[in-house]
Write a protein that binds this ligand. Structure first.
Ligand SMILES: NC(=O)c1ccc[n+]([C@@H]2O[C@H](COP(=O)([O-])OP(=O)(O)OC[C@H]3O[C@@H](n4cnc5c(N)ncnc54)[C@H](OP(=O)(O)O)[C@@H]3O)[C@@H](O)[C@H]2O)c1
Length: 281
């Protein structure tokens, strides 16, 4: 499997197993009808990658949005994540069934370990993921918020491939080390909070480049991630933001733009819960 680049054309619908570079995030989109509506609007606009999690408590709304959209389930790359308190072997198996029920689907394209915390144990947790992978309930195994030390142990724990690591990444947190690790070990990176939850829009370099191309700062951030070979899952609720982000696929940054963004020296991590890896302290 590999990341595919998406163009703004209908023939870019991915075949099963491929992960579209631009997806839709749904964290805090927790009004049922609003969430279902965002998912349906996104799919009908062309999005084919939807990201949710047990923790977001909106899998049923995401499922309703997928069911309502005029798009076949097989065309959608659907990812969810197991909450850290359900990472024992039996809990992974049981709670995956619950997620499938809530989402109204019979397989997942990608299932992540949400955080290496609480019940997470590399061998026990990931052997349950491997079981789900071998029985084709999940098409790929993902981890999230993993640092290189966690990835080392995860890769040793099972024979099945670790397909993706979902981490916070944007121009204010460029994740050089994890990008290098991902490249060396054939793991896809998926950028969460790819707009730094709105902070990139206030960054002057991003503003200058946006102005030069006549686009939004959000598009610049998403195009920069794509240029780095990293998939992005911006959360957007209404049609305007959904469309603005979708149109980032048409934006080609030049080498000078990329160099300027790479030189931004402000570091601003947005997500840092108590159970985050020690490496972030
Ligand atoms: N694995 C993890 O631990 C983890 C952690 C955090 C997030 N995530 C995933 O990553 C997704 C995205 O991250 P995020 O939600 O934290 O932050 P984000 O995508 O960086 O930013 C979302 C915010 O930006 C706004 N926005 C979206 N498009 C915009 C545009 N074109 N112009 C201006 N503002 C725009 C949204 O507003 P509206 O809603 O009003 O459109 C929302 O307030 C999440 O939804 C979730 O699926 C995963």
């Amino acid at each position: 499997m590999s990341c595919m680049s998406q163009k703004l054309s209908p023939e870019s619908v991915p075949s099963a197993g491929e992960m579209p570079m631009l997806g839709l995030g749904t964290w805090q989109n927790d009004d049922h009808d609003q969430c279902a509506d965002s998912v349906q609007t996104a799919l009908e606009m062309g999005y084919r990658h939807i990201d949710t999690a047990q923790m977001y408590r909106n899998e049923d709304a995401v499922g309703d949005g997928i069911a309502a959209a005029n798009v076949d389930r097989e065309e959608v790359f659907l990812a969810t994540k197991i909450v850290p308190s359900k990472l024992s072997y039996d809990n992974v198996i049981a709670s995956t069934r619950d997620s499938l029920d809530r989402l109204g689907v019979d397989y997942l394209d990608l299932l992540y370990v949400h955080w290496p915390a609480n019940e997470y144990d590399p061998e026990e947790t990931l052997s349950a993921f491997e079981q789900l992978y071998n029985e084709n309930t999940i098409r790929s195994i993902g981890v999230s918020n993993f640092e290189p030390e966690h990835l080392d142990r995860a890769l040793d724990a099972i024979d099945a491939p670790i397909f993706a690591n979902q981490v916070e990444m944007h121009p204010l947190l460029p994740q050089e080390e994890l990008r290098e690790y991902a490249k060396d070990n054939d793991i896809e990176l998926v950028a969460y909070s790819p707009l730094a939850r709105g902070k990139v829009l206030n960054e002057p370099t991003i503003g200058d480049i946006a102005e030069k191309h006549g686009v939004s700062g959000a598009q610049v951030s998403l195009a920069w991630l794509r240029e780095k070979g990293v998939a992005a899952i911006p959360k957007a609720t209404g049609e305007d933001h959904l469309r603005d982000n979708w149109e980032s696929l048409a934006l080609e940054l030049d080498d000078e733009d990329i160099r300027k963004i790479d030189r931004i020296d402000t570091v601003d991590r947005q997500i840092h819960p108590d159970f985050a890896p020690n490496a972030w302290d």
